[in-house]
Design a protein around this ligand. Structure first.
Ligand SMILES: O=P(O)(O)OC[C@H]1O[C@](O)(COP(=O)(O)O)[C@@H](O)[C@@H]1O
Ligand SMILES: [Mg+2]
Ligand SMILES: [Mg+2]
Length: 348
């Protein structure tokens, strides 16, 4: 009986499909000798729900799942059907998985206690990001943050478990439902992106160890709100125009963030009279993207402080957000603070 050592094929006849997300999670888990596999399973549960929501988004136009749901959420925003569907899908996957004790969702007024005595993790989630783009076939996403609970497993959920600053995240990521569907995440050891291969039903590693360029030439801001900008924001955006930077704004945070993460750029959503604390939510939008951008060598600020150091006070609290390439966010912060200190000086 002949036994030969396996020789990987060199002919390139069958191209390598790459590393699946499952295998990657397993490989990365072995980096942590004391890992018990729960976080790995939780990431798999999120990936499964993402595959289902991906299918729903692909056929949103066909299957009468486009359009408004006919209710508003606690933020007073009209819920889209896909907001509600995505919320149901992620809730179900997270509750069935068994790793999670509580969920904070954009679409739920209160904390959802899964009454799971063995659940170690708290998840904050924006099930469907970019809702205004659902019906017009523009990229949308899902954003998630994962924390370890602070109180003993099995004890009642308390504010201590929920109101954790972003620097306590153990993992965070997003799913982008675009021309291709991608899942990008970090567990605090770099950022990796996976592309969904529909026909195989698998996410494959396509963007290993993503690094955000220190500088960029793209700025993303809703210019329709210019009348409400502070002079610091006006002067920063003007400086971008002077440098002939490109203005790119999709109106889906995940999609704008993803482009700027790969190409270099800055996304700005400042405070406005309509949203004096900014529009984006700290717990399930800003914190996750801030963890990712820092892991990729970029920066995230509210104009004054690091997003990840903000102590949350309410579930759906908003924050101004300046996020992207390190040097661009530094510049924006400097301009914002310089104008604000001038205004303070004048007012005294
Ligand atoms: O329409 P505006 O004011 O520019 O706001 C767009 C921003 O609001 C959001 O749609 C808010 O997120 P949701 O769609 O999850 O509510 C972001 O994705 C996007 O960046
Ligand atoms: Mg959102
Ligand atoms: Mg949303």
């Amino acid at each position: 009986m002949k036994i030969l050592p396996y020789q990987p094929d060199q002919s390139n006849l069958a191209y390598s499909v790459g590393v699946t997300l499952d295998r990657f999670i397993k490989l990365k888990q072995s980096d942590f000798p004391f890992a018990s596999g729960e976080l790995s399973q939780l990431l798999r549960d999120i990936a499964l729900a993402a595959k289902i929501v991906n299918r729903e988004t692909n056929r949103a136009g066909l299957a009468n799942i486009g359009g408004a749901f006919g209710q508003t959420n606690i933020q007073g925003e009209e819920q889209q059907k896909l907001d509600v569907i995505a919320n149901i899908r992620f809730m179900r996957a997270l509750s069935k998985g068994g790793e999670v004790c509580a969920i904070v969702s954009e679409e739920e007024d209160a904390v959802i206690d899964l009454q799971n005595n063995s659940g170690k993790y708290v998840v904050a989630i924006d099930p469907l990001d970019g809702s205004s783009n659902i019906d017009v076939n523009i990229s949308i996403g899902t954003i998630f943050s994962i924390y370890r609970r602070k109180t003993p497993i099995g004890s009642p959920i308390t504010a201590e478990d929920i109101m954790q600053p972003g620097n306590q995240q153990v993992a965070a990521g997003y799913v982008l439902y675009g021309s291709s569907t991608m899942l990008v995440y970090t567990t605090g050891f770099g950022v990796n992106g996976f592309t969904y291969e529909n026909s195989l039903g698998e996410f494959f590693l396509s963007h290993p160890d993503i690094q955000a360029p220190k500088n960029g030439t793209i700025y993303s801001i809703n210019e329709g709100l210019e009348m409400e900008w502070s002079s610091g924001i006006k002067s920063y955006v003007f400086s971008c125009k002077e440098k002939r930077f490109q203005s790119r704004y999709i109106g889906s945070l995940v999609a704008d963030f993803h482009r700027n993460l790969l190409k270099g750029g800055i996304y700005l959503y400042p405070a406005t009279s309509k949203n004096p604390s900014g529009k984006l939510r700290l717990l399930y939008e800003a914190n996750a993207l801030a963890f990712l951008i820092e892991q990729a060598g970029g920066k995230a600020s509210d104009g004054k402080q690091r997003i990840l150091d903000i102590q949350p006070e309410s579930l759906h609290q908003r924050t101004p957000l300046f996020i992207g390439s390190q040097n661009m966010v530094d510049d924006a912060e400097q301009m914002i603070q310089c104008f604000e200190s001038e205004i303070t000086a004048i007012s005294h």
